[in-house]
Ligand binder design. Structure first.
Ligand code: FES
Length: 210
């Protein structure tokens, strides 16, 4: 039966005819050795190469299969995404009142400020403060009656209460920090104003936090 090797053997026989009576098996062996020498100079994929390629592909595939669950675990779960942002209906909060809502497991004050509270906050814009900020920088344009702040004292995280102290804003009962009606720190150990969450108005009566 004729094989590819024997085909090459026959083709090269045209360049180098065997002597009369020489052994055909010897010719095959000699040309096979020559082919091997030729392959050394110009390597081509052989069976071992394919095995290596398959092994590499399998390794990469296995690594990807392991990596995907790890990457997937880094993506927030659907319920976490749902809690990442919340919408709140402001019409529930009467003028001069506030509610505390939960966002990402932390309390948030939603305060409906009176004109007097707003005026008092603006009047102190240039007063000496630890964490200077204008009242306008702490509310959304056109919605200055709404003050939305994280309800955690910036000292050690207690929840302040509204209506105490000389600035008409919040008093932290833990160590006596005082915040004004813009929730700016005015006295006591707290170093910063109450933090503002990332939020926006979806309408005049609805906000989205987060
Ligand atoms: S935690 Fe509020 S003053 Fe210390």
């Amino acid at each position: 039966m004729r094989t590819p090797a024997s085909g090459r053997t026959k083709k090269r026989r045209g360049r180098r005819e065997p002597k009369e009576g020489s052994c055909q098996t010897d010719l095959k062996v000699s040309f096979t050795v020559a082919d091997t020498l030729t392959d050394t100079h110009a390597p081509e994929p052989n069976r071992r190469d394919f095995i290596n390629i398959l092994a590499t592909t399998a390794t990469v595939g296995a690594a990807a299969a392991v990596a995907w669950p790890l990457v997937d675990q880094l993506n927030p779960a659907a319920d976490t995404l749902a809690l990442a942002s919340i919408e709140f209906d402001l019409s529930k909060v009467a003028l001069g009142q506030e509610v505390t809502i939960s966002w990402r497991k932390q309390p948030v004050f939603v305060r409906h400020r009176t004109p007097a509270e707003i005026a008092r906050a603006k009047a102190d814009d240039n007063a000496p403060m630890k964490d200077p900020a204008t009242d306008a920088s702490r509310v959304k344009p056109g919605h200055e009656q709404w003050l939305i702040v994280l309800a955690s004292c910036t000292h050690l995280g207690c929840i302040p209460t509204f209506g105490g102290g000389e600035y008409g804003g919040w008093l932290c009962p833990c160590h006596g920090s005082l915040y004004d009606t813009s929730a700016r720190i005015r006295k006591g150990p707290a170093p910063k104003n109450l933090y503002l969450p990332d939020y926006k108005f979806l309408s005049d009566t609805k906000i989205k936090i987060g």
